[in-house]
Design a protein around this ligand. Structure first.
Ligand SMILES: NC(=O)CC[C@H](N)C(=O)O
Length: 193
């Protein structure tokens, strides 16, 4: 069975995510409007700039619609997507979607190392995954139900909580689609139960 996965296409690296998913057994669509969530089995929230993406979500009434979608459908957020999914953002009053029990710090690796690549061990996914970090956040704290999937320099950079998956880096910017494949398996598991 082919599952249908949408990539939120308001801003950021959504085309790259769609491309990474092409190599998996999925039907892919770009989501820019609320009705385009209909019939999807899972959603990817890409990297970009979290405050801009939030503003656009509000503008197109996608904010509540995505919260609703996420009640029982898998969501995968990378970088800005991770920030949007977190329950707590360092130095910021409230969260955005607040889907995952994680605290996140934005632009957390500092200005000197704006962007870098590091080899990651991602639990259950890959021992040697090239993590591309771009003004990346990291997770400072996780709740009991959150499973840490990867750390870099003792900082949490990938995690999963039930049907939510998140990464501080950009798996869509490499040719390695194992992390996307992991999300597809999560979506399939959900569809079959
Ligand atoms: N590459 C990214 O998605 C960077 C995230 C960005 N620093 C933010 O705060 O939204």
């Amino acid at each position: 069975m082919t599952v249908k996965i949408g990539v939120l296409g308001l801003q950021g690296a959504f085309r790259e995510h769609a491309k990474a998913l092409e190599a998996t057994d999925t039907e892919i669509s770009i989501v820019k409007r609320v009705h385009e969530l209909d019939g999807l089995d899972g959603l990817v929230i890409p990297g970009g700039e979290s405050t801009t993406m939030r503003r656009l979500m509000d503008k197109y009434e996608l904010f509540e619609a995505i919260k609703d979608f996420a009640k029982d459908k898998p969501v995968f957020g990378t970088c800005a997507g991770l920030i949007l999914m977190a329950k707590k953002i360092d130095g910021q009053k409230g969260p955005h979607l607040g889907l995952m029990d994680i605290n996140v710090k934005r632009n957390a690796f500092g200005r000197q190392v704006d962007s870098f690549e590091a080899e990651l061990h991602i639990k259950g996914v890959a021992d040697n995954f090239a993590g591309v970090f771009i003004r990346a956040p990291y997770i400072t704290e996780v709740g009991e139900e959150v499973e840490v999937l990867a750390t870099y320099d003792n900082k949490i950079v990938a995690a999963q909580q039930g049907h939510f998956l998140t990464a501080a880096f950009h798996p869509e910017l490499t040719d390695d689609n194992r992390f996307h494949q992991h999300f597809v398996e999560m979506v399939k598991g959900r569809v079959f139960v």
